[in-house]
Design a protein around this ligand. Structure first.
Ligand code: PLP
Length: 453
């Protein structure tokens, strides 16, 4: 059967349920802990911060399938199903016998997969009768997606944007404001934690961990508000399983079973969403896949971090999570994949990695941009720097097949487009891009600050 360049599903084939991989995991991810008592977070405690229905999803380890409400599916129909693309042109350029496929999530205004969870979170907030939500954004993709989702449901949206991005990516900021969000550079003078950080570190350009603390503080101190997060949490990973479920359906239509599945890993939501249905088959003993997480060499939580309880934010107001972490005080050297700069990793992916269901590798920034450029030239899409980590490793895998002659099926997640990352591309084109790799001492010093549990 000839496989088309693009495998499109019908609208009716948008999944009706998300898949909750925890239901099939023998070793469940460790629970979130209250940072004061070190006891598992109770439902009521979480509900002070998060929407009730999302808390229920966060704590649900037993239902393998969770219904996607009609209102969310209707929104999905505006930009889903997203295509699985057979990268014929890339294969040809490489001269590889491998078959390369990618699931493209960049076909919406937010430019990334983040909209899949933003719309779900906004829906549950609206359903609960809330007036608004707060969040943080680093590179801006999550803030943009949430602004779109809040505009759709008529919710207020308050975004704390890491100051360095706020200044460097003014267009991202304006997209959010166009959708009606208010955008505040973090650390701000709006919150107690923001004022404290500004005082302690004058002139600081902020970090994701710091913006999270501000957004949480604002949410719990504003009536009718809750906090929402764009990655790391199990609920986010759950929503992102539409990626993997669609990809699996599309490939099955052509009898294709991926041998290798690759995704970039920041907080783990796109990779978790892409691989969950496949990992489910592994967990149930039905199939085998090779799954590879790709992280930046500058922020290597899976490959060089430790599997321990850590703070999720700089202000230490969030619950403790057991995850592969570099320590919440770890400030990655400036790199150009803002979406991959978080110090920790989804607790689901951390457990799956610890149980050896997935592997992890790192990629250096300049190698990633070389792959990005090669991909742009051959496949036509200008990829996000984050996504390009997966491209880099997919190309490496395809090159290995040249030597072995194997016709492997390689599937990777192309999470977004890079149109707001032209400063990064400019650095690369001018030959001014650098690679930052932390020393063992730096990582050890940061890990020493983790809480004792
Ligand atoms: C945020 C982002 C990522 C990384 O986040 P995950 O939660 O690890 O998926 C990857 N790619 C793009 C385009 C992003 O916006």
């Amino acid at each position: 059967m000839t496989i088309p360049y693009k495998i499109y599903l019908d609208e009716k084939e948008i999944p009706k349920q998300w898949y909750n991989v925890r239901a099939d995991m023998k070793n469940k991810p460790a629970p979130l802990l209250n940072p004061a008592t070190k006891e598992p977070m109770k439902k009521e405690e979480l509900e002070a911060v998060f929407c009730s229905e999302l808390v229920a999803q966060e704590l649900n380890e037993t239902d393998a399938y969770i219904d996607i409400p009609t209102e969310i599916r209707d929104f999905y129909k505006m930009y889903r199903p997203s295509p699985v693309v057979r990268a014929y042109c890339l294969e040809k350029a490489l001269g590889t016998p491998a078959h390369i496929y990618y699931k493209f999530e960049g076909n919406n205004t937010s430019g990334s997969h983040k909209l899949n969870s933003a719309i779900a979170q906004a829906y549950y907030a609206k359903k609960q009768g809330l007036t608004g939500v707060t969040t943080e954004t680093g590179a801006g993709q999550w803030g943009t997606a949430l602004s779109m989702a809040c505009a759709y449901f008529g919710l207020d949206c308050k975004v704390y944007m890491v100051k360095v991005s706020y200044e460097q990516k003014p267009f991202r900021r304006e997209v959010m404001r166009t959708y009606g969000a208010s955008v505040t550079p973090s650390p701000s003078m709006d919150t107690e934690i923001g004022r404290k950080i500004n005082e302690e570190f004058p002139g600081t350009t902020g970090s994701l961990g710091c913006a999270i603390s501000e957004a949480v503080e604002k949410a719990v101190s504003t009536p009718g508000y809750r906090y929402v997060l764009g990655s790391v949490l199990s609920q986010v990973l759950l929503h992102q399983t539409v990626i993997g479920l669609e990809a699996k359906t599309a490939l099955e239509k052509y009898g294709v079973k991926p041998d290798v599945i690759i995704g970039c890993a920041g907080g783990g939501s796109n990779l978790g969403g892409l691989v969950s249905p496949f990992v489910g088959e592994m967990l149930r003993g039905e199939n085998e896949y090779e799954i590879i997480a790709v992280e930046p060499a500058s922020c290597p939580s899976l490959t060089r971090g430790k599997y321990i309880y850590d703070f999720c934010d700089t202000g230490k107001v969030c619950p403790l999570a057991k995850m592969y972490t570099l320590g919440s005080g770890y400030i990655p050297a400036p790199n150009h994949a803002g979406g991959l700069r978080y110090h920790g990793m989804s607790s689901i992916l951390s457990q799956l990695y610890d149980d050896k269901y997935i592997k992890a590798v790192t990629a250096k920034q300049t190698d990633v941009f070389e792959a990005a450029q090669y991909f742009a030239k051959t496949e036509g899409i200008l990829p996000a720097p984050e996504s390009s980590h997966a491209i880099k490793v997919a190309i490496d895998e395809a090159k290995k097949c040249i030597e072995t002659g194997e016709e492997k099926n390689i599937l990777f997640g192309l999470t977004g487009t890079g149109y707001f990352d032209m400063v990064a591309y400019q650095k690369f084109n001018d030959g001014e891009m650098e690679n930052y790799i932390p020393t063992d001492e730096e990582i050890a010093a940061s890990l020493a600050q983790c809480p004792k549990v």
